[in-house]
Design a protein around this ligand. Structure first.
Ligand SMILES: NC(=O)c1ccc[n+]([C@@H]2O[C@H](COP(=O)([O-])OP(=O)(O)OC[C@H]3O[C@@H](n4cnc5c(N)ncnc54)[C@H](OP(=O)(O)O)[C@@H]3O)[C@@H](O)[C@H]2O)c1
Length: 455
């Protein structure tokens, strides 16, 4: 194993660092005993699926996972708006009432709760990581016989975790969802995947279209990518065995383009927060950005039209945005951000002294310091994703992906300021003080005030 003194990295040219990182990754991949192909080569059910097209279009009973999280909350709201179905929501909780409370609290926190939908939400206290989804046999059988369509959104989304810790929820849980799809009445499945399934060092700088299969399983960037690689592979295998399953891949999900509601625990909000606190940014590479409302409108529209069943979609606008773009937009809002070299930025952020979810960007130095974190340079070199087929399909449905811009960033920043997550930039703070004192900074499209929770 290469041993590197972190001090040697200071001043090292970027190209040399990248070459070194590539070597480290390859060494680590060679040492790894985890065989993802074998992980995905497990018995999966057979599907005698004859899809009831009318039930696909107008489902009466939907099974949905992930509604206590960010994306799942918006999928739930979209399904409530666009169908008349009862929506059975699996959520981790001590009992159904506690599951209901968690789901309702989450939707309220994102500003998307409406009492009129309460009776159509059927909470199910359960756990993807437990046998039979943690449900009594009679309840499971009832669902197998009742559900028309499954939307599997839930997963543990932790970029710093190991595969072994994510497997029970993200892999075994997906297998349990496939079993639910296979048993009882025929059901279609909509599975939320991620571009991270292509995120291998061997795929650096390549471009993947919707029909591409993520064959390369070695040297994926982290345990989360590995667990989703296996999860998606299981779903594709099930599709080959007759399941009517659609797969939706997405990169970084960003906030609602009109209200600004966004999971403050996500990586980009935390990045913006710590950069505005230290007044610095640095080059971190590029990423795809998908507003959550575009994601959910697209996913639900495609899922309710049987002609699209069984396909794979890429839900982004096909472009990658650099960290410089994000910092420019933040600066345009009034935050003074100086662009500094990575090392200076890294020291300043660490000196903040409180927990900041910047792990993916710090992986290189962590690895160099000998910590047990898998390194990655996917921010700089991650593959590109072509979404042409998806965007053409969505255009026919009248749906376009908003382009991230300084205007869109202003919606998010204003939202975070209203919610107390960010301090206003100096000029705006002065403006506020000069005005009535307690007026929130307004966003041109803001609709109300969310005060607590994940927003
Ligand atoms: N956010 C992104 O940028 C992004 C990008 C690409 C793909 N995705 C995909 O989008 C999906 C949702 O992501 P998100 O950002 O909404 O994540 P999130 O906010 O962390 O929500 C994850 C959801 O999954 C649930 N979950 C996790 N393990 C579970 C288990 N064992 N049993 C039952 N439920 C479980 C969580 O329940 P608890 O509340 O009980 O933890 C939560 O409801 C994931 O499949 C992820 O791979 C997200």
């Amino acid at each position: 194993m290469s041993v590197i003194d972190p001090k040697d990295l200071v001043g090292m040219p970027a190209a040399e660092k990248r070459a070194l990182l590539k070597k480290l990754l390859q060494e680590k991949a060679a040492r790894s005993r985890l065989d993802l192909r074998a992980e995905a080569d497990i018995a999966i059910p057979s599907f005698a699926n004859v899809v009831d097209l009318d039930r696909s279009k107008r489902p009466r009973a939907i099974f949905l996972t992930g509604t206590t999280g960010f994306v799942g909350a918006f999928v739930l709201r979209e399904l409530l708006d666009r169908t008349e179905a009862e929506i059975h929501c699996l959520a981790r909780a001590s009992d159904d009432q506690a599951a209901r409370d968690r789901i309702e609290r989450n939707l309220r926190a994102y500003g998307i709760w409406d009492d009129k939908f309460r009776h159509r939400i059927i909470p199910i206290a359960g756990d993807l990581a437990n046998p039979s989804l943690g449900l009594p046999p009679t309840r499971l059988r009832y669902l197998e016989e009742t559900i028309d369509v499954i939307y599997h959104v839930a997963a543990i989304v932790n970029l710093a975790s190991r595969y072994a810790l994510l497997k029970a929820s993200n892999v075994d849980g997906t297998l349990r969802i496939l079993e639910l799809a296979a048993n009882g009445r025929s059901k279609s499945l909509h599975y939320l995947s991620t571009y991270a399934v292509f995120d291998s060092i061997h795929n650096m700088n390549r471009t993947f279209v919707e029909t591409a299969e993520p064959e390369q399983w070695k040297a994926l960037s982290n345990g989360y990518a590995e667990s989703k690689w296996v999860g998606e592979t299981l779903v594709r295998r099930a599709r080959e065995r007759g399941l009517a399953a659609s797969i939706y891949r997405v990169g970084w999900v960003i906030g609602h383009s009109e209200t600004g509601a966004w999971n403050k625990s996500d990586f980009i909000p935390r990045l913006i927060r710590c950069c505005t606190q230290v007044g610095m940014g640095c080059s971190l590479g590029a990423m795809t950005l998908t507003p959550v409302d575009f994601l959910t409108t697209s996913l639900v529209t495609l899922s309710l039209d049987p002609q699209y069943l069984g396909r794979t979609f890429h839900l982004s606008n096909g472009r990658r945005y650099s960290s410089d773009d994000i910092f420019d937009w933040t600066r345009a809002f009034g935050y003074p951000l100086e662009k500094v070299p990575y090392e200076a930025w890294d020291s300043a952020v660490r000196a903040l002294g409180h927990e900041v979810a910047v792990a993916p960007m710090l992986l290189f130095l962590e690895q160099a310091a000998g910590l047990d974190v898998r390194p990655s340079d996917w921010f700089s070199n991650e593959p590109s994703y072509d979404a042409t087929l998806t965007l053409e399909t969505l255009a026919r449905e009248g749906i376009a992906c908003p382009s991230p811009s300084s205007e869109l960033m202003a919606v998010y920043l204003a939202h975070f300021i209203r919610a107390g997550y960010l301090e206003p930039p100096p000029q705006r703070a002065q403006g506020q003080a000069a005005a009535s004192g307690s007026q929130p900074v307004s966003s041109p499209t803001s609709t109300g005030s969310e005060t607590e929770g994940p927003w």
